[in-house]
Design a protein. Sequence first.
Length: 249
Amino acid sequence: MAAAAPPVVEVAVDSLPAAVLAVEAGAARLELCAGLGEGGSTPSLGLLEAVRAAVEVPVFVLVRPRAGSFVLEPGEQDLVRRDLEHAVRAGADGVVVGALTAAGALDLAALQAWRDAAPGASFTLHRAFDEVSDRAAALEALGRLGFTRVLTTGGADSVEEGLEGLTSHARLREADPRLPRALPGGGVRAANAAAVLAASGGLELHTSARTANSSTLDAGPRFGALRLPDPGEVARLVEAVAAAAAGQS
């Protein structure tokens, strides 16, 4: 019998201080990106190398050429391929990607090309999944491609509104364990963690943990402040996931 997967709180970060603080607070995995406040894009290789040297937890890299539409032109798709190859060579444990067709379906040709470019990496589909009309068919396709997880609210604006969708996802995966697992994200907080985990049937949560209590590093009035995760919120989420794991044992 395979060992049960350990519980995971994944924290999205876009700076070295944020990465270190998240891990110190208990994050078991990082999603590294740039421009987190604008939805996230590909971070620099220098940032990846610095984070990789500073922390010992797995680091997944968001590879997204820009904010905005998930429909990517051929040149952008090639840029994603190049960036994810560089990221894996620089020490990324996994990559987070996504692309849609103009009709709103998964761009399977792009996803296959990216998967082929880094066969040893763990692949997560980002929130483009929530824009797909037939998520059951998308999960089947992603399972064939070898994607491990999908970042999702359950198809709603937030995880609290998407509990039904997360439950449907869990039922599909129970029937076919080859399907990628749900990584609930989008409004995850310690206060709703138990309900989200119960709906998803898993032991993973994704958050930026930016709350009213989040720390900042002031860069001056012209440049604003660097927002950091709230370590208390990360710690509370870690406790919630651990409690859920204990309840399933």
